[in-house]
Write a protein that binds this ligand. Structure first.
Ligand SMILES: Nc1nc2c(c(=O)[nH]1)N[C@H]1C(S)=C(S)[C@@H](COP(=O)(O)O)O[C@H]1N2
Ligand SMILES: [Mo]
Length: 498
């Protein structure tokens, strides 16, 4: 078992180091992780996000590492008992890495190299180590066997140590080679032709209540990318093609030369549970997709735009949502900065009213005008709904668990982007529904804060909230899970007052 683990540690470590130096998006562990994300059934993605939230990728990589160690130990046992099957298993693992690496949308010419190194090194080291594991002998050979055993242990220790060092080295190489970070800090965005503003009193500024504008560092991140795409704007372009009269290609320079305007839009993830935090509100700087599509002139029978990211992710957005009057934009700025790399630098889509998985493509490089009956997006192929309008929701932010007795305030947020929220009601224990006070909204495209004063008596209390939309819809109490098109139900909080 030790031989298998040591061989695999050295192989995987050197493979990761080779990737960091030669082919950044092709680390053996991360390409297998990405492939697992792509083939995982919808419930698995849902469970991972429910259990680990935005730490889902760390959890996945940890899980892969543990599974890898178990397979490695098994390969060691197999090699000792039934050589050469053990090394065969390690070669097969390397082969799986090669396959996963070369089939990635962003695979470079050296994509296969890290996994070849990983599998090759692991197989050779295992063969060598297993040869030192001779069955028990006696007499004159005993001394030789003891010597073999010392060598075996020494080489095992060295392999594990070098493997760990190489893995650590790969992390250092990755962080220092972050050239796109440097390019991003040098970007100067043009002055907006229209600036966004927050109406007085829209942010209640209460402790524990989500701020009206989510700072970039606190903005939720959800995507399928274990390795964040590093896109240099100099190499970036956006191609608009498919069912259009005229293909349009824009360079980064072209985009920066456009009249860019600020708009505030709340982004939400379809995987957000009732009461969850996979939602954030930002001031985006961008240009209307409507105008870009107008240049390309979609044909009359088109009804969908399939946007594609540099890493192969796709989203299907109804053409109508991109051509009506709403602020559907190609965004390059977020809260006064270029998009953070993990939020889509250099450019992404932002469409008010639709969940992120059908609209908010990060690292976007292509808009293919097509039809819903001709093309399917990444998550649609995995059982999620092909369309994803955001459902009416509200959340209690304070109090969440406990409160001192006496004068308190219950507060939270409510949203249904591009429809708007008309009111929020709160129910305390089994009492009547009481109207909360809505703070002024930035627009119908953003969430709105609400509050209700409460004289809290000692004991346990159950708080619930529900929103009413501007079209008169009352938020349903029917509970639905996130899959396939968004969770519903009332957010309920149990609070201890003392
Ligand atoms: N390229 C790419 N874009 C993507 C995704 C992705 O996996 N890859 N995920 C989408 C989903 S599901 C959501 S909810 C939003 C989240 O955007 P954020 O990470 O900036 O909050 O991005 C969308 N854009
Ligand atoms: Mo999402």
């Amino acid at each position: 078992m030790l031989a298998g683990v040591a061989a695999t540690a050295l192989g995987a470590g050197l493979g990761e180091l080779a990737a960091a130096l030669l082919a950044p998006s092709s680390g053996p562990v991360s390409v297998i992780g990405s492939a697992l994300i792509d083939v995982a059934p919808p419930w698995a993605k849902d469970t991972a996000i429910a259990l680990f939230g935005t730490a889902d990728k760390v959890a996945l990589v940890t899980g892969i590492a543990i599974a890898l160690l178990a397979v490695a130990a098994g390969a060691g046992v197999l090699e000792a008992r039934r050589a050469p099957w053990g090394r065969g298993v390690l070669l097969a693992l390397g082969g799986a890495g090669v396959l996963a690496a070369v089939t990635r949308a962003d695979a470079g010419p050296l994509a296969a190299v890290p996994s070849i190194i990983a599998g090759g090194v692991a197989a050779i080291v295992l063969t060598q180590l297993a040869m030192r594991l001779r069955p028990g002998v006696d007499g004159a050979e005993r001394a030789a066997a003891a010597e073999d055993r010392r060598r075996f242990l020494a080489w095992t220790a060295v392999s594990i140590a070098v493997g760990a060092l190489a893995a650590a080295g790969s992390q250092v190489a990755r962080t220092t080679a972050r050239t796109v970070d440097a390019v991003r800090s040098a970007v100067r965005l043009p002055r907006p032709t229209a600036t966004a503003s927050v109406p007085a009193g829209a942010d209640l500024g209460l402790d524990g209540l989500a701020p009206l504008i989510t700072p970039n560092g606190a903005f939720y991140r959800i995507d399928t990318a274990i390795i964040v795409p590093q896109v240099d704007p100099a190499d970036w372009s956006l191609r608009i093609h498919g069912m259009v009269e005229e293909e349009v290609v824009l360079s980064w320079e072209d985009v920066l030369a456009l009249p860019l305007a600020e708009s505030t839009t709340t982004l939400a993830c379809v995987s957000n549970e009732v009461g969850g935090d996979l939602i954030g509100n930002a001031v985006w700087l961008g240009y209307p997709i409507r105008e870009l599509l107008a240049r390309a002139r979609p044909t009359a029978d088109a009804d969908m735009v399939l946007s594609r990211s540099i890493d192969g992710f796709t989203a299907s957005t109804p053409l109508q949502a991109l051509t009506d009057e709403r602020d559907a934009i190609l965004a390059v700025g977020m809260n006064g900065e270029p998009l953070p790399v993990e939020h889509g630098f250099p450019a992404r889509l932002v469409v008010p009213g639709l969940y992120g998985y059908v609209s908010a493509t990060k690292w976007v490089t292509e808009l293919e005008v097509t039809r819903f009956d001709r093309a399917r997006a990444y998550w649609t192929d995995r059982g999620w709904s092909e369309r994803g309008p955001i459902k009416l929701q509200s959340r209690i932010d304070v109090p969440r668990r406990s409160a001192p007795a006496g004068q308190a305030v219950i507060a939270g947020v409510a949203w249904q982007q591009h429809v708007g929220v008309a009111g929020v009601e709160v129910q305390i224990d089994d009492g009547p529904w009481r109207p909360a006070t809505l703070a002024p909204a930035i627009s119908d495209d953003t969430w709105v804060q609400w509050s209700l004063p409460w004289t809290a008596d000692a004991g346990s209390h159950r708080l619930r909230c529900r929103a009413t939309s501007r079209t008169g819809e009352v938020q349903t109490d029917q509970e639905a899970p996130p899959a396939p098109d968004g969770a519903t139900g009332w957010h309920t909080v149990d609070v201890t007052v003392s």
